[in-house]
Design a protein around this ligand. Structure first.
Ligand SMILES: [Zn+2]
Length: 189
């Protein structure tokens, strides 16, 4: 069935996105949080431009390439943690995809996923997978959880753990909670 084929294809694409994010961290010598996304973007040759995108506040980030040059535009009206995720997302497009222009709006989860839009969605999903792995690598998270739990004897609440990790990694609470769920670290009770 076509859907099984597309699912397999999607899994390969996501695996590649994760691998590329890990490689970038390793090659740039990033060994712990918070991941310096702005410096990473510049190191791989992207120019950063922060603009409030007035009247277009649902735009989170843009990637534009012209020859060897690439510019990442970020909506500076958004909270810092969202800007960091947007930069990581655009780095994902830069590393994974060849299209010249990406205009990213604030992500809305849309479950009415049709086969015809799958190719576009695959690019967006893989840029998000890349961003999550870049900002919140599994091994960094596991190390921080170990460190946090060795400091305290009592079990801490799920909310507190998410808050503490979100601070350490400089990401939003939602991004961290989503990531922990995805990694199977947080088990909802
Ligand atoms: Zn995108």
């Amino acid at each position: 069935m076509a859907s099984t084929y597309h699912q397999a294809q999607r899994e390969v694409t996501m695996y590649r996105a994760e691998k590329k994010a890990k490689e970038l961290l390793k090659n740039q010598g990033i060994t712990g949080p918070p991941v310096p996304v702005e410096a990473l973007a510049r190191k791989i040759g992207a120019e950063l431009a922060f603009e409030p995108f007035e009247g277009e506040d649902d735009i989170s980030g843009i990637l534009y390439r012209k020859g060897e040059q690439s510019i990442i535009g970020i909506n500076s009206a958004h909270p810092n943690t969202r800007q960091r995720f947007s930069i990581a997302h655009e780095i994902g497009h830069l590393v994974l995809h060849t299209k010249r222009l990406f205009v990213d709006k604030v992500v809305r989860v849309d479950f009415r996923d049709s086969i015809s839009s799958l190719a576009i969605n695959n690019e967006e999903i893989s840029a998000n997978v890349f961003a999550a792995e870049l900002l919140m690598p599994r091994d960094f998270i596991e190390r921080e959880i170990k460190r946090i739990s060795s400091k305290r004897k009592s079990l801490q609440s799920k909310e507190r753990l998410i808050r503490e990790l979100a601070n350490i990694f400089d990401v939003s609470l939602q991004a961290m909670e989503y990531r922990l769920n995805n990694l199977g670290i947080l088990i909802s009770q």
